[in-house]
Design a protein around this ligand. Structure first.
Ligand code: IMP
Length: 208
């Protein structure tokens, strides 16, 4: 008995940006930031929001030919309860005093804006000299709170993204590309699904 061929299964993922495209775009934003701070007496402090922004922060500062310092914050968010909006909490705070300093929040992705709004409020209470935000990805269509966002590398539609620091259930932060996942249930069932295709493709190995 021959099996009927059904319609081809939709690819479970799509590469939004190759490693080379990410590098070019990050360098453009690094140049914007360098111009802003190049004449400052004290270097800006770039604050990476753990863990998703780590790869972006590493590439960003290597493309900034000015003095910079870095620090990290980790936050966790609780699901929204009926009687209160989603609550964000600091689980690792900065080591630097930021009063009087130029501070740049480095985010992986701004989605609803709740996390960034909380971070900005919290850091502004410490009276920095200035506060700006740079995000790798801006899902502007999903915003539920308006929030200032001065620099973005890519604006993206409402898709779930992994790779280049971003995870799904703890996996895929090391995938070099930015990947939109179409089939999250399949990814949950097969956590290695993206590894071979994305590390194995010759054009990927040859990418910067
Ligand atoms: P927001 O508070 O809704 O803006 O959420 C920001 C955080 O949600 C990000 O820092 C990510 O940790 C997470 N997030 C939102 N969208 C995605 C995605 O597409 N992939 C991975 N993490 C995401």
């Amino acid at each position: 008995m021959t099996r009927e061929a059904g319609p081809p299964a939709a690819a479970p993922f799509e590469v939004l940006a190759t490693r080379a495209q990410v590098t070019d775009a990050v360098e453009r934003v690094a140049a914007e930031l360098s111009t802003i701070y190049e004449d400052d007496v004290e270097p800006p402090i770039l604050v990476g929001v753990l863990k998703g922004s780590t790869l972006f922060l590493a590439d960003l500062i290597r493309a900034m030919p000015i003095a910079v310092q870095i620090d990290f914050m980790a936050i966790s968010s609780y699901e929204a309860q009926a009687e209160q909006p989603s609550v964000v909490r600091i689980v690792k705070d900065l080591e630097h005093e930021i009063t009087g300093r130029d501070v740049v929040i480095v985010e992986d992705i701004v989605d609803t804006g709740l996390t960034l709004a909380y971070l900005r409020r919290t850091l502004l209470e410490r009276e920095p000299r200035s506060l700006r935000t740079v995000t790798l990805l801006d899902k502007a269509v999903r915003r539920i709170v308006p929030v200032e966002l001065e620099h973005r590398v890519f604006e993206i539609p409402d898709v779930f993204v992994v790779g280049y620091g971003m995870d799904f259930q703890g996996h895929y932060r090391n995938v070099p590309q930015l990947v939109a996942v179409r089939d999250l249930p399949r990814l949950a069932a097969e956590p290695r699904l993206l590894v071979a295709p994305l590390f194995g493709a010759p054009q990927v190995r040859g990418a910067r």
